[in-house]
Design a protein around this ligand. Structure first.
Ligand code: WTA
Length: 646
């Protein structure tokens, strides 16, 4: 490979294609900061169809935990994603489906999307779902997951999508927290040739959720599943006779659109709530400008609908822009590790958006599989979810993009609703590993630990000084937690939980989480969640979990476990604990290593010194730091001696 440059100027090709060149970026950015309400009102008129205009563009007071955009404005998200396109695009493809098995595919036009969503919405109504009710969606990556989300949006119900890799306990906790009365699922999902019993997981979870009165089951594999006629409803059979018309509910811009649970520093995931108007505007606008989306292009984001990337950049953003979006059910390595590239060739994908962890896994398997595919349709590449290391960036640029496609490294969070930092492809140069510059209306700031804002070149905590329309509005059912988690640290600013560095050219470089959140293969996980799962096991007295650098996953999971006096250390117990976490949380949360810890390093007041545990897991024994303040410094020696050498 060629030598990696530290900076790649905007290419002629990107300039020729762009909605926003360097001059436009500067001018629009300036206006968005100096006159935010004027700027956002123009964008809201351009991107969204409103039944009724808003009364106030924005009303934001972080000290009072108040964020509101376009209040009084009336719209419907599903109308904006479907109906308004029908006049010109009824027969254009809205969704391309690519199943787990090559050859299993489908295309859904905007008209068909409309009909499916209306029927689904009518089914929800028939089951008593009303505006404001919460609906849990636990589905495979098939078009029906999108129909379900849009059907909720159409009638004003609030969806809570639970990632299909989560286990029964996680489903249960989410159903209960949001008080969902209806669950939408499938008999099974299929990934990489393996079947996952979604319906059985739901059945198990609902044993403790007495208020759920309907489970709508999409038949994906036709597997024989347990059937409770009082609760369970067959999707295909039920919608067959329902009308393909359903009047969209007129929603206030500030009415909730969805809740999506995400991990934080405590054991209990937070229900991040997004509202209709600001969220949709922000998703649509970022989709268009960050990917420079042009009419007729085929766009593929490889995320799962269970994560925010799937919400904003598989469904809401692309569909609001009338795009063709690809929904992929499978995994990158099935039937072989060339699958991504085969799918790009088959469907002539123009824009491809994925996670660094997938690239790292694939680059290790050689270039042949990429080279065997005709990737000439690809025009732009994107990454999301974690910092991209230079080797992976280089491989993506040279081998996949043939040095002819810009890469947009997009930084954002479940809480932000859409992309906040990236290099707009036709406007800003690329620096491999940097996540670029702020999107319109976004004012990042770097703070030190004492709460001082740092100017110019600096490294510290990444904060946002003002609001943007896609910002979360609250933690479902716990508004105080919204303030405590994000707004209380440096009053007047939003705290991202990430560390970052700003270079002399004003580019941002994310250095990783500064709290106890891990990023494992792009999946966000709280260390406290894994600890809570471990201590539920009768043999475990105490557990402390930390991350360590992992070549492919970005971070791996390293758990220190103190056993009950009655239990004894064994390989069998280690295996049992690993499986126990998989059952409690999901397979993606399984610890990579468990080290037995007769004692954990604690301060005299009983606080676990995670810094030390992290260093041991990272094999950095020289930088353990000061251990003299520990209640019992000798526990560190034991942990160091018995550490697992990876
Ligand atoms: C991390 C995913 C570096 C970051 C959209 C953030 C990134 C967390 C990037 C949010 C990126 C996301 N570069 N780090 N381009 N994108 N992150 O809520 O730590 O699942 O706080 O949202 O992922 O994860 P979440």
């Amino acid at each position: 490979m060629k030598e990696l440059q530290s900076r790649y100027p905007v290419s002629q090709r990107a300039k020729a294609n762009t909605h926003v060149d360097a001059g436009a970026y500067e001018a629009m950015y300036r206006q968005s900061i100096e006159q935010p309400d004027v700027f956002w009102a123009q964008q809201a008129e351009k991107f969204i169809d409103w039944y009724q205009p808003w009364e106030q563009v924005s009303s934001v007071n972080f000290k009072e935990s108040q964020v509101s955009w376009f209040a009084g404005g009336k719209l419907n998200v599903s109308y904006n994603c479907i109906d308004r396109h029908l006049a010109n695009k009824a027969n254009d493809i809205a969704v391309i489906f690519e199943g787990d098995e090559p050859g299993d595919d489908d295309k859904v036009t905007y008209q068909q999307l409309h009909d499916h969503v209306c029927r689904f919405a009518n089914l929800l109504k028939q089951r008593g779902v009303k505006k404001g009710d919460r609906v849990c969606i636990y589905m495979p990556m098939i078009p029906e997951v999108g129909y379900a989300m849009l059907a909720c949006a159409r009638i004003g119900a609030v969806h809570s999508v639970v990632f299909g890799g989560f286990s029964t306990e996680s489903i249960k906790a989410r159903v209960l927290d949001a008080d969902c009365r209806v669950v939408i699922t499938a008999d099974e999902s299929v990934r990489g040739g393996k079947r996952i019993p979604l319906k059985a997981n739901v059945d198990e979870a609902l044993k403790d959720c007495p208020d759920v009165h309907s489970v709508i089951v999409v038949e994906r594999t036709g597997a024989d599943v347990h059937w409770n006629p009082e609760l369970d409803v067959k999707y295909a059979e039920s919608v067959a006779n329902l009308p393909a018309v359903c009047e969209p509910e007129q929603m206030d811009a500030e009415d909730p659109l969805f809740v999506l649970y995400t991990s934080g520093s405590t054991g209990k995931p937070k229900g991040v709530l997004h509202t209709c108007g600001g969220y949709l505007l922000y998703a649509a606008m970022t989709h268009k400008y960050v990917f420079d989306y042009q009419e007729g292009e085929i766009y593929w984001c490889t995320a799962d609908a269970g994560w925010v990337t799937g919400h904003s950049y598989i469904f809401y953003g692309p569909l609001a822009n009338g795009a063709t979006t690809l929904v992929f059910e499978g995994v990158p390595t099935y039937p072989d590790a060339g699958r991504f590239w085969q799918v790009c060739e088959k469907h002539k994908v123009n824009i491809f958006y994925t996670a660094p962890t997938a690239l790292r896994a694939l680059m290790g398997l050689g270039d042949e599989l990429v080279e065997q595919a005709d990737l000439s349709s690809i025009r732009l590449l994107g990454t999301v979810g974690e910092p991209i290391n230079p080797e992976a960036w280089h491989w993506y640029y040279e081998i996949v993009g043939k040095e002819n496609c810009p890469i947009v490294d997009t930084w954002w969070q479940t809480e932000t609703g859409g992309i906040l930092l990236t290099s707009l492809p036709g406007a800003v140069d690329m620096k491999p590993g940097a996540t670029g510059k702020p999107f319109f209306g976004v004012e990042p700031a770097i703070f030190d630990k004492e709460g001082n804002e740092l100017e110019g070149e600096a490294e510290g905590l990444l904060m946002m000084k003002g609001s943007w329309p896609g910002q979360m509005r609250t933690v479902y059912g716990d508004h105080q937690r919204f303030y405590d988690t994000y707004l209380s640290q440096y009053p007047g600013n939003y705290f991202t939980g990430d560390g970052a560095k700003r270079d002399a050219d004003g580019f941002y470089w994310i250095t990783g989480r500064v709290d106890d959140v891990l990023n494992v293969s792009g999946h966000r996980l709280g260390t406290a969640e894994i600890e809570s799962a471990l201590v539920l096991h009768p043999a475990v007295a105490e557990a402390a979990v930390v991350g360590y650098p992992h070549d492919i996953k970005g971070q791996g999971i390293y758990a220190y476990v103190t056993l009950m006096g009655s239990a004894s250390e064994s390989d069998t117990l280690q295996g049992e604990l690993t499986e126990f976490v998989a059952k409690e949380l999901g397979r993606f949360a399984k610890p990579d290593y468990i080290q037995w810890a007769p004692g954990l390093p604690k301060t005299r007041s009983g606080k676990i010194m995670r810094r030390i545990l992290r260093k041991i897991a990272e094999n950095e024994m020289e930088s353990l730091g000061d251990t003299s303040t520990l209640a019992d410094p000798s526990v560190v020696d034991h942990l160091v001696t018995n550490r697992i050498v990876k």
